[in-house]
Write a protein that binds this ligand. Sequence first.
Ligand code: FES
Ligand code: FES
Length: 181
Amino acid sequence: MRKSARVISSERWPAIRFRVNGEAAAVRVPPMKRLLDVLREDLNLKGTKEGCGEGECGSCSVRMNGELVNSCLVPVLQSEGADIQTVEGLARKGELHPLQKAFLEHGGAQCGICTPGMLMAATQLLAQDSHPGISQIREALAGNLCRCTGFMRIFDAVAATAALEAKPGTGSAVEQASHAR
Ligand code: FES
Ligand code: FES
C-alpha cells in the first residue's frame, strides 16, 4: 500500500516577500522551491512555461530586478525583495503590449511554449536598447529556443516593434519595457 503523502504545513516556512508585475506577493514555501513553480503553482501565473527545466531553453524566462533570468534555476529564496515581471505583466488595461501584437501579426507565436520567454527576452532587449539591429535581436534571443517558427518570424516581430519606436508618438513598447522592472 502506498504511504500517504506527507502534508507540510505552509506555516512552517518563513514568508518570502517580493513584487510580481507591480503587486506585492508573499509565499510560505520551501525556500529552494523553484521560482518557476512558485509563479505557476502558488501565484497561479501560468503564463511562464517550463521547457527543459535545466536552464537551456529560455521558456521560463522572467525579468527580475531588470535582469532576464531562467526561473527554473532560481530558488524562490533569491526572490526576496525582488521586483519580478512575468508575461502577465506585459498587457496594460486589457491592451496587448506592442510586442505581443507584433508576435501575432508576424506569426511569431505558434505552439506558444517559447512565446512567454521570447516576449520577456525581447522586453529586456527593448528596455536596454530601443533601436536594436538584427544582430542585437538575434543575440538577445539566443538563449531562447523555438522549435516551431524558425526564429525569423520572431526576429521580424521584435524588429517591427523596435521600428515603431522610431515613429513619433508610438513609443509605447520601450516606455512599457522600461517601466517594467
Ligand atoms: S525551462 Fe527554464 S531554461 Fe528551459
Ligand atoms: S512557437 Fe512553438 S516552440 Fe516556439
